[in-house]
Design a protein around this ligand. Structure first.
Ligand code: G3P
Ligand code: CA
Length: 248
């Protein structure tokens, strides 16, 4: 039976600035089986790795990603707003918002999976699916990439453009007859929040191998999900989750 995988959420966001190259490197060094990242598109059509639609929360810039060029965005720090972390180091201030290409290049030497969440739920980015697929094709080194989104049309577009792409639909509720969706839309997986999975355990029982669970930070939840043998646990603390898994 395949072991439940551990993915670092936004890299290693429990202890490092989220969606940064230093955070991704930390999760890699801890031995994560995969990384979960979020992508948006700039005014000049570049794919950048950042969680929110705007720069405000995670950088010292402001405004919508879609209204800034990549050059503008690169002027800001993506580490400085995490100076309240207990392990903060001044070098974090030099981190900038990475592009998807930079992340793919960072991963080149490593055998690690990548979950790219396309943040197309609130803002429409014309052509983002083509650009993401093209970057993965050029720089992905054949690694296992899973494309996910809360926005179902984005996933269907990815599948249409590349029928062999692994697409996963992000949910924070239980839908009826989930197996039907797997078949008819050729979903590789559902990505479902912890509370929904744990409260719908019986209902989802035939699907565990097709379920990645987010964002699981509580050790009791991690143990329960390991017992259920879900496909993947996505966590802010990949090092801790790996210790729990590897001690069993
Ligand atoms: O991909 C799972 C999880 O990351 C979805 O929520 O808001 O952390 O992107 P969020
Ligand atoms: Ca995400």
């Amino acid at each position: 039976m395949a072991e439940t995988k551990i993915y670092g959420h936004r890299g290693c966001m429990g202890t490092m600035p989220e969606n940064t190259l230093i955070g991704f490197q930390k999760a890699i060094d801890q031995g994560a089986d995969g990384l979960e990242i979020d992508v948006h598109m700039t005014k000049d059509g570049e794919i950048v790795v950042i969680h929110d639609e705007t720069l405000d929360r995670t950088t010292n810039g402001s405004g919508y990603i879609k209204n800034h060029t990549l050059y503008d965005i690169k002027q800001y720090s993506s580490g400085i707003n995490f100076s309240h972390y207990h392990n903060y180091e001044e070098m974090w201030n030099r981190e900038v918002v990475p592009t998807l290409q930079e992340v793919l290049e960072l991963l080149t030497p490593y055998d690690i999976e990548l979950n790219i969440e396309l943040k197309t739920y609130l803002v429409h980015y014309e052509g983002i699916e083509e650009k993401v697929l093209s970057l993965v094709h050029q720089y992905g080194n054949g690694r296992n990439v899973i494309y996910s989104s809360f926005h179902l049309p984005t996933m269907l577009r990815i599948k249409k453009l590349n029928p062999s792409a692994n697409i996963a639909w992000l949910l924070n509720t239980c839908i009826s007859h989930p197996c039907d969706y797997i078949k008819t839309m050729e979903l590789e997986a559902f990505h479902i929040d912890t509370a929904t999975v744990l409260s719908s355990a019986y209902y989802l029982k035939d699907l565990y191998l097709n379920i990645r669970v987010w964002t699981v930070n509580d050790s009791h939840d991690i143990k329960q999900l390991l017992d259920l043998n879900v496909n993947t646990i996505i966590t802010d603390f990949p090092g801790d989750a790996l210790s729990i898994r590897n001690e069993r």
